[in-house]
Write a protein that binds this ligand. Structure first.
Ligand code: SAH
Ligand code: SF4
Length: 381
């Protein structure tokens, strides 16, 4: 059976090279070819001995998930649907900005955690993505961007104003930041996500700094502790409520890992984190968690935790049952946080014309938990 080299971080690739009788430096060369040059054909890896290239072509492959469709938003955001077998698909979103380009990566097919406002959670859980399927999203994005660069350079020469708008000048056509905020709970797929993170940080692969790679979690405390030891990248924690009673409803995993313990875990994470604060994500749901009193309660809750807030306007999806807070309500909420000295930004919604915004990613999930029928029935009532 062909071995997919996209599944290997540096350690595993070195072991693989050992198994086929090759020296460790070959692993470095392979990493560079695969991840820096985006090469998937061993025949083109010119600094590898011919015998090795032939050996690899009969034992191994470089196989990212296949892209089924691409959507490009008016604001330049791109969304790719990736085939992950058996009728399942996950989504990856690329968000270009003038100073950085961020890739939002999925970690699971669906999600088992059932947050009530999340389209992925509503679909149920199918399976974890492999390392190749996770890092393959970044591999693919950089490859498309490199191709776009070539194309754009020739088009811009002919003064194509549309292209200039989509890719602002100075854009470097390479992913500079990764956020694990796509479909799934990254810390529920710990080993594969961490191997993919290793590759993102590896100088022979993507060479991103730990500050530019963010894992977002709904608060799986034991896995947060393991991440802080194994691969402490920037951490975003989905808070969404100022007390356990409301959080139990919105983020059901809170019943297992309640707020007091979650905040203590955030404090521990800061010992190894690349930044001196935790980012708290807080979704703005009209009439549910957006009152001034709740903002004050939130201020009290986090008073001992160095943090910043990212307020996320709720992005709707069919039969969600929620509405986004008004911009006045968001401003009032934000002002309470700011007056208490908490840096708070409102996340600008990107790509919502192609359903690429936070929590709208649906992909194609064949639910193995069989909860979908329940949701469909609810929606039909
Ligand atoms: N499972 C992880 C990461 C994926 S979700 C987590 O929950 O943190 C990424 C972010 O999108 C989370 O903060 C999540 O709460 C938020 N989100 C989910 N559904 C949303 C929606 N419909 N509108 C806006 N944000 C949403
Ligand atoms: Fe899963 Fe995150 Fe969605 Fe909750 S918000 S259901 S943890 S993907």
């Amino acid at each position: 059976m062909d071995i997919n080299l996209l599944n290997f971080n540096a350690t595993n690739l070195t072991n693989f090279c050992g198994e086929i009788g090759e020296r460790p430096f070959r692993a470095k060369q392979l990493l560079r070819w695969i991840h820096q040059s985006g090469e998937d054909d061993f025949a083109n890896m010119s600094n590898l001995a011919k015998v090795l290239r032939e050996k690899l072509s009969v034992t191994a492959v470089v196989k990212p998930p296949q892209v089924i469709s691409e959507h490009i938003s008016a604001d330049g955001t791109r969304k790719w649907l990736m085939d992950v077998d058996a009728g399942n698909g996950v989504e990856t979103v690329y968000i270009p900005e003038s100073s950085r380009s961020t890739l939002c990566i999925s970690s699971q097919v669906g999600c088992a955690l059932e947050c009530t406002f999340c389209s992925t959670g509503r679909q149920g859980f199918n399976r974890n993505l492999s390392v190749a399927e996770i890092i393959g999203q970044l591999w693919w994005a950089n490859k498309v961007l490199a191709a776009t660069k070539k194309e754009t350079v020739s088009r811009v020469k002919s003064f194509d104003s549309e292209t200039r708008q989509v890719f602002p000048s100075g854009h470097n056509y390479r992913v500079s930041n990764v956020v694990m905020m796509g479909m799934g709970e990254p810390l529920a797929n710990f080993e594969n996500v961490v191997s993919a993170l290793d590759l993102m940080l590896d100088d022979n692969a993507y060479g991103l700094s730990r500050r530019r790679v963010t894992v977002s979690t709904s608060g799986l405390i034991p896995a947060m502790d393991r991440l802080s030891e194994r691969c402490p990248v920037a951490l975003a924690v989905s808070l969404h409520a100022p007390n356990d009673m409301l959080r139990d409803q919105l983020v059901p995993i809170n019943k297992k890992y309640p707020l007091k313990e979650l905040l203590a875990a955030c404090q521990r994470y800061l010992n190894t984190a690349p930044r001196d604060f935790i980012t708290f994500e807080y979704i703005m749901l009209a009439g549910i968690n957006d009152s001034v009193a709740q903002a004050r309660e939130l201020v009290k809750l986090v008073k001992d935790t160095p943090c910043k807030f990212n307020l996320i306007p709720f992005n709707s999806f069919p039969n969600s049952g929620y509405r986004c807070s008004s911009s006045d309500a968001i401003d009032r909420f934000r002002n309470v946080l700011m007056q208490a000295g908490l840096v708070s930004t409102v996340r600008r919604t990107r790509g919502d014309d192609i359903n690429a915004a936070c929590g709208q990613l649906a992909g194609k999930v064949l639910d193995r938990t069989k909860r979908k029928s329940h949701v469909t029935m609810e929606a039909a009532r």
